[in-house]
Design a protein around this ligand. Sequence first.
Ligand code: HEM
Length: 408
Amino acid sequence: MDIQSLLDFSNRDTVRDPYPAYAYLRDHHPVYWCDCFKAWFLTRYSDVFAAQGDVKRYSSNRMQQLVDARVPAEKRGQLATFVKLASEWMYSQDGAPHKASRNLLGKAFTPRSIDSLRQSIQDITDQEISRLEPQTDLMANLFNRIPALILAKLYGIASEEALKLRSWTSDTLIFLGSSLDPDYGPEQALNGVEEMYAYFADIIEQRRKQPADDLVTRVLETSQDSASSDDEVLAQIVFILVAGYNTSADQLCIGLLHLLEHPEQLKALKSDLNLVKPAVEEMLRFDPAGSFSHRVLNEDVDIDSVTMKKGDLVYLMRASANRDPAKFTSPDSFNIRRTNNDHLAFGRGEHFCMGTALFRLEAEIVFTSLFKRFPGLRLIADKPAIWRTNNLQFRGLKALPIDLGKGV
Ligand code: HEM
């Protein structure tokens, strides 16, 4: 393949498997200007790692630049509301406002409050697994449901409601992740965000009148102590759904696919389910669902004699960093016994993902339960997995047809 095609990030084949392009960039252009995203790509582990820790020069306040880079000038005005709302999400904030937002959610995400969800996650998983047909699409019928049902439990909302929320986050994320799909454009992203805000504003009102044992009530309690405004509370409550739903669904599904495509690894895991935890870390390293994050430069930055200018958009390519041979031995091998798996799937530093403990617990329970119940689970030869190829940032599968084997 010629280099131009290899590096064409608007091409669905590149989105389907961007790893050869990342390898080329790490070797030849570790600081690369991508014309189609109008952004710099940092692809080496050391550069991505350093940029995440450097909040002084790399700002997270990115929404306006992302919209400017993606949307033609004449359409940007329509997205002013989107930019305003999404700029209040903690992942778009810097400095003191960012710290205040993390504190707001802190109580709901302590290790203890996450561990208290263990039994609920197990119950949801058992219930969902028991509904499965012998041959089924696990993306639609399991992985797309479990994270939504867990978030519903966290928010204290009914399960049917949670399943409805899913399309709003997809609309928003596919757009944010540089949609190649006309069905996921700026209008859909704006509608998704507006509907989420209306929905959660109502839930917040209900919890104010009638507190419950859930995330929304905990955030409201913290907000009284910290004097946070209603808008701040609403923004972070909505953001949990944006950050936590698609990433988890996609990561579970991608992770299982890689496991099934590596029969010796699968065999080892089935004979020792203690390997589930390191296997989940390897899934996160090998193919992270959120493959990059964006930053905007507060000042000019030089790396390897390339000058990136103040105001430029920079993409921290975590998926590429996770395959950097300077950091990982045999990085393109999927190895569930890998030790020192210091991957960047959840980010690092001040914006380190707040949902890591929740996702790890969820993945441990889901995979352990699946393989205990269906040790013969396998891919179906004439029905291959189908990748979604409309989004480089949020990678995932459209369908994962599976034969569950006999079950026990
Ligand atoms: C496999 C699943 C997940 C992956 C791969 C993932 C990945 C990430 C990454 C890379 C960031 C950093 C973004 C940046 O630096 O710009 C992040 C931030 C965040 N994630 Fe996750 N995430 C996952 C699941 C979750 C879940 C389940 C939740 C909550 C329910 C969650 C909540 C958050 C929050 C609140 C932030 C913002 C932190 C901040 O800006 O200070 N994530 N996530």
